[in-house]
Design a protein around this ligand. Structure first.
Ligand code: UDP
Length: 316
């Protein structure tokens, strides 16, 4: 049995991870400030002996009372409306001070630490699809910079702690991910489109809808994340985890409307937020070669499961 700390454990990705780790017989300590996460996401775990929730913000050091074997650092708001604006300074602090605090903990306990980095490190990419060796095209002072540069700095700190302090690190770069447990208010494109269609509201397309994204179902991400953490071949990453199926946002809206016909929803066009990447698609050759991983759930199937979740959630 391993003792595993999951930061951001009540969030969308973190709660799925906590459930899997507990089911596999690990002791899991979940910390979160519940800014975008919710205890509802881990409600079924709260009564389990091997699961402990601690309300804590990783901007502050965390003196974990137990010796840790693994740390998954997932804590950070990840949806543009939640990480930008008045929260942008907090976002940078979460990325930078948060990983510093977690790296100190990893050093203390000689624990292995995995950082949830992001496709946002590639910014508005000039290389397509994005390979890990591409260094990106991030606007360092735009409205997305708090997240993009925060996550880039976290990668840099991970490698410096590895080189100079001997910390055992793993880095994944997560591409757009969706599935049950997303917050209906999250503001991300899949949750917005499904909830808008279910409510009979208009579907909000930002810009002309020609920008692309590649959507990965949550179970595929969790499988890749654990595989990366547990790889013992000394493969540190960074490694892309995403689904290479690429869709324009307009195509996505049509797929959702086809699955939810007769709702009365129409397409409405709103301005494209600044620095919104025009193209995004992962090259997953490295993940396939080094981890034997590839996504298994196509958009069609993942959307059906996600629609079922939101239908139930909105009905409550
Ligand atoms: N988007 C959209 N309508 C929405 C929400 C998002 O057209 O209601 C667009 C957004 O501008 C971006 C893409 O969908 O081009 C993905 O946005 P999301 O916030 O889901 O993720 P990210 O931009 O971080 O990849």
């Amino acid at each position: 049995m391993r003792t595993i700390l999951v930061t951001g454990g009540t969030g969308f990705v973190g709660s799925h991870l906590c459930k899997l780790l507990v089911a596999e017989g690990n002791r899991v300590i979940c910390i979160d400030n519940n800014y975008t996460g919710s205890l509802d996401n881990v409600r079924e775990l709260l009564t389990q002996e091997n699961f402990t929730f601690v309300e804590h913000d990783i901007i502050e050091p965390y003196n974990c009372p137990e010796k840790l074997d693994r740390i998954y650092n997932l804590a950070c708001p990840a949806s543009p409306p939640f990480y930008q604006g008045t929260r942008s300074i907090f976002t940078t602090k979460t990325c930078v001070l948060g990983i510093l605090n977690m790296l100190e903990l990893a050093k203390r306990d000689n624990a292995r630490i995995l950082q949830a980095s992001t496709s946002e490190v590639y910014g508005d990419p000039l290389v397509h699809p994005q390979v890990e060796s591409y260094r990106g095209n991030v606007n360092p002072n735009g409205i997305r910079a708090c997240y993009d540069e925060g996550k880039r700095c976290a990668e840099s700190l991970m490698f410096d702690y590895h080189r100079h302090e001997g910390v055992d690190i793993r880095i994944i770069r997560i591409f757009n991910t969706y599935g049950p447990q997303m917050n209906p208010q999250d503001g991300r494109v899949i949750s917005n489109f499904i909830c808008q269609a279910l409510r009979g509201e208009d579907i909000t397309i930002y810009g002309d809808g020609h920008q692309t994204r590649s959507f990965q179902y949550i179970d595929d991400l969790i499988a890749g994340m654990v595989r990366m953490m547990e790889n013992d071949k000394g493969f540190l990453g960074p490694v892309n985890l995403g689904n290479p199926g690429e869709f324009t946002i307009r195509e996505l809206s049509e797929i959702v409307l086809k699955k939810l016909p007769n709702t009365g929803s129409k397409l409405t066009y709103l301005p494209l937020p600044s620095d919104d990447p025009i193209l995004r698609c992962p090259d997953i050759t490295l993940a396939t070669e080094r981890l034997g991983w590839k996504p298994m759930i196509p958009l069609d199937e993942g959307l059906d499961k996600t629609i079922a979740y939101f239908r139930n959630k909105l009905a409550k």
